[in-house]
Design a protein around this ligand. Sequence first.
Ligand SMILES: NC(=O)c1ccc[n+]([C@@H]2O[C@H](COP(=O)([O-])OP(=O)(O)OC[C@H]3O[C@@H](n4cnc5c(N)ncnc54)[C@H](OP(=O)(O)O)[C@@H]3O)[C@@H](O)[C@H]2O)c1
Length: 264
Amino acid sequence: MNAFPTVQTALITGASSGIGATYARRLAARGYNLLLVARNEARLRLLADELTARHDIQIDILAADLEQHGEIERVANRLRNDQQISLLVNCAGVALNGSLAEADIDSTHSLLQLNLLALTMLSSAAAVRFSLAGRGAIINIGSVVALLPERFNAIYAASKAYVLSLSQTLHAELSSRGVQVQVVLPGITRTEIFERSGSSLAQIPPSMVMEVEDLVDAALHGFDQGELVTIPSLPDGDDWHAVTQARMQLAPNLSRNQPAARYH
Ligand SMILES: NC(=O)c1ccc[n+]([C@@H]2O[C@H](COP(=O)([O-])OP(=O)(O)OC[C@H]3O[C@@H](n4cnc5c(N)ncnc54)[C@H](OP(=O)(O)O)[C@@H]3O)[C@@H](O)[C@H]2O)c1
């Protein structure tokens, strides 16, 4: 078994802006060393300079385009080989507007590469090493759109449903091996994602928009409590537990040797 060193490193994808950059600030304040990943190297360097000036930590940056298979592999290799890394935050993601019928093939491909493939390959690399060590954690940034697919763009919502499902399975596979998994489902959060996807927050009622610092602080609170699914906006956590219970009640009847009577 590989022992983790006392000072741990968090690898954060999508660290150049928004939720990922805020995780970097909060984890730096908690004393983590950081490995920051995104495409924009200049922004990562600025953030690294800001945080090393403020905290006694080490920060490394890895500029990578996680839509490219070889680049995903480069980051996954770092996860496989760098024994200091004990926390993976999969935050890099893009959104897409419009219906499936209107979707541009190249943008669709990019979204699937980043939101699904990169997150899966990095989670897999982390899962292997963390479970061998018997310690470590994976935080995946999903979205509440996973719970309301009828109301959002099909491709983005489906990608976030995948993140939720993958994280639930990962938790089932890894919790007994000492590896913590959390999936965070943010609602609308003030970041650059809207401008990047050609939309805007202007039409959205302010009561529905969370500030990114509040989102990440709440998510880390859920992480500290060992939550699997954290929905920062949801006032009553029992509402989510009721959904999970209702789903589990279906379990004994989901695979039987006869069709249900209503289909005879
Ligand atoms: N904001 C919201 O309302 C909201 C709600 C629910 C879920 N989320 C999720 O939160 C996560 C973070 O989004 P955000 O809101 O913080 O948006 P953001 O400010 O646009 O940040 C996206 C991050 O992903 C990185 N990224 C984009 N394409 C990349 C690529 N090809 N390779 C590597 N990194 C790439 C960006 O960095 P570079 O451009 O430097 O590569 C940036 O650091 C996403 O997964 C998003 O789906 C956001």
